[in-house]
Design a protein around this ligand. Sequence first.
Ligand SMILES: [Zn+2]
Ligand SMILES: [Zn+2]
Length: 368
Amino acid sequence: MHFLLPFSLFFFILLLQLPSAFPARTFPQPTIPNFDATTASAFNSTTSTPWGNFAKFANLEKGSHVTGICDLKTYLNHFGYLPAPAPGNFSDDFDSDLESAILTYQRNLGIPVTGKLDNDTIDLIMAPRCGLGDSHMHNSTASRLHQTRRYAFFNGEPRWSQSSPMTLTYSFSPDDTIAYISQEDIRAVFARAFSRWSEVILVNFTEIQNYRMADIRIGFHSGDHGDGEPFDGELGVLAHAFSPENGRLHLDAAETWAVDFQRERSRVAIDLESVATHEIGHVLGLAHSSVSDAIMYPSLRPRSRKVDLRVDDVQGVQALYGSNPNFNYGSLLESDQETFNSGAGDGGRRTVFGLWIVVFTLTQLIYF
Ligand SMILES: [Zn+2]
Ligand SMILES: [Zn+2]
């Protein structure tokens, strides 16, 4: 065995040299992606938006009683943080159930965990977001203890079941659409959004004309549109999609959708491509991620753009469909160093490998 000693020492020394290449996992920074203070404060003052009046709850904590806080409880119930009231309606008390829901929300969304309705929390609660709930999320506390992954799946981990390499068809509703963006532009936006996912997994997406026959059916809908998840007008919920193999992808027709912020100057404009890329993630089987830079993070600010898959998104979708052999992590890892450091990468596996080398080296040293 002694011939292994030089190799062990070599690996041990190599390991000591590698902190920058294999960084230790650090607790995620409580950053909010694409945050623009000017934009945010401008839209937060818009009390006519669905959650605009939540601003008055800023800085409340357990023990408070404020008229209307039942609406905040309804919000938290809708997104999976608070069980339904039994019986009757929610009260206006800031009780321990509300505090516990806020703690989970803060952990899931990666903001400071205070249990209070501090400014960060109220600001994020009021931000526009995806209509799907967050009940499947893996928050930073869970990942710190047992796992490095932060992406999540729906219950039962449903995925499309065609054999690989599979082709999924998509089509746009001929009736439920918007007139102020050309069909050509909308089709180009979705083609780009689909291609980002097909670059990393062996799934191709093809547009077809027959809407009813398509695997993925895309439409702009208003208010109650028959699937039990009514849209709520400008801002608030932006879009939703259904888990595999349902295929429905719905955008709220009441938003001011933008394909180019130079052309669309509205301060509440929402980037269509960012939302399309996120909702396609749901169509493929991903639930929400707590990595704030990830495509699958649930909220998106007006006039912000987030269209590039991050390591967390790629690992999640590849866990369902395998990797596209033409894809490599190289450039993604460089641009995604922060996400990687926060534990969304395979840092855990590298840490185990490093520990194994240390243990092996020590046993060799003891042996001699
Ligand atoms: Zn979503
Ligand atoms: Zn819908």
